[in-house]
Design a binder for this molecule. Structure first.
Ligand code: GTP
Ligand code: MG
Length: 213
């Protein structure tokens, strides 16, 4: 049974984003923006809604590029928020239709970021709320556990299910997680279309930031 390794917080600080700007793209940690500040990164299967969620949190439509074609984000994109921390848009994993070589190179970009980013204080793993957590996601989460990388889960595209169906699916996912994890990670319900989860996710970031200062 895995021990959940995350930053568990008992109270939420308020967090408001007043400014968010693109701060650069990279494929290796050595090319990250030179200003070293705390980073909150977003990862998940291709097309799960990472870039859309970053835009929703920042209240901007076109900060991170989104697309209905999976595999849009191939680089690591840093966005500087309130001049004091970064949101990081990572490429998606597990997109079956990409050529092997390209998939391997994206895997390498993700691995390098996760292994070598001392500034990353929390990784948000996004899961589409319409489906059961798949093997690819579960394997990825288990690997995070093995490497002691702190993470929280965000269920995306909440607007595509009614509230009851959504709650039932999240319950099912939590049951699946508890087969591997002794303690459940922090989970958020979200929709980039309706803004569901915005305040909770931002306040969680605010709280984590206040704990690491
Ligand atoms: P890659 O960069 O390709 O890995 O994808 P991504 O995870 O960044 O996904 P992206 O934000 O580009 O969104 C993929 C598709 O899902 C787009 O067509 C979005 O409009 C749509 N989408 C994202 N979030 C939501 C959501 O909350 N609700 C709905 N209805 N659609 C969403
Ligand atoms: Mg993207």
């Amino acid at each position: 049974m895995r021990k959940f390794f995350s930053i568990n917080v008992t109270f939420f600080e308020k967090m408001k984003i007043t400014k968010a700007i693109y701060a650069g793209s990279s494929i290796r940690t050595g090319q990250k923006p030179s200003r070293r500040l705390p980073e909150f990164a977003f990862i998940g299967r291709s097309n799960v809604g990472k870039s859309s969620l970053i835009n929703m949190l920042c209240g901007q439509n076109r900060l991170a590029l989104t697309s209905s074609t999976p595999g849009k984000t191939k680089l690591i994109n840093h966005f500087l928020v309130n001049d004091s921390w970064y949101l990081v848009d990572l490429p998606g994993y597990g997109y079956a239709k990409l050529p092997d070589k390209e998939r391997a190179s994206i895997k390498e970009v993700i691995k390098d970021y996760l292994n070598n980013s001392e500034e990353m204080i929390l990784l948000f793993v996004l899961i589409d709320v319409r489906h059961d957590i798949g093997k690819i996601d579960m394997d990825f989460l288990n690997e995070l556990g093995e490497n002691g990388i702190p993470f929280a889960i965000i269920f995306t595209k909440g607007d595509k299910l009614g509230p009851n169906a959504r709650a039932a699916q999240i319950e099912r996912d939590k049951e699946m997680l508890s087969e591997f994890w002794e303690e459940l990670p922090v989970c958020f319900d979200s929709s980039s279309q309706t803004g569901l989860g915005k305040e909770e996710i931002l306040d969680y970031i605010g709280t984590v930031l206040s704990e690491v200062k």
